[in-house]
Design a protein around this ligand. Sequence first.
Ligand SMILES: Cc1cc2nc3c(=O)[nH]c(=O)nc-3n(C[C@H](O)[C@H](O)[C@H](O)COP(=O)(O)O)c2cc1C
Length: 159
Amino acid sequence: MTDTLDTTLAFRATMGRLATGVSVITTRTGSTPIGMTASAVSALSLDPLQLLVCVGNHLFTRTAIAEHGRFAVNVLGEEGEHLARSFAAPVPDRFAGVDIDEDHGVPVLRDAIATVVCDVSEALPGGDHTIFVGDARHFTHKTAGRPLVYFAGGFGCMR
Ligand SMILES: Cc1cc2nc3c(=O)[nH]c(=O)nc-3n(C[C@H](O)[C@H](O)[C@H](O)COP(=O)(O)O)c2cc1C
């Protein structure tokens, strides 16, 4: 059954009360770096080391991850609001002026407070999203980093 627009918006507003971190999921298509902002990211398993990300079925990034088979989760710090906004916007080049390294086959944001490079283990159906389960291959974090937080449609940081 398809819910009414009012019901969908009410659900979004309700789930918006679940405060989350904010990440940029990166991958590539050929030589082109691809990235999008995501809050639907979770640790999943320690044995094996796995996380999951949920990506809209109609998004370009979904196709790019499925085809490349590798992606990175770049957890944004409190200074990263501009990145969260630009990686969700129809800007010509989301990577313009963004400091990245390419050591592991996908772009990794140097300003992220944590990064995990994953190979796609499974792509599971999740309604109008795809749940990508990723096997963690490389990961690092900054001990001093404080997170960017998303809550009720706005950005903030931890006190
Ligand atoms: C804070 C925030 C969190 C988001 N989280 C997700 C998410 O978890 N999954 C998703 O599919 N889209 C999410 N989006 C929307 C995508 O970032 C947006 O649709 C983006 O334009 C997709 O890029 P693409 O069309 O180039 O693939 C989020 C946007 C914002 C601003």
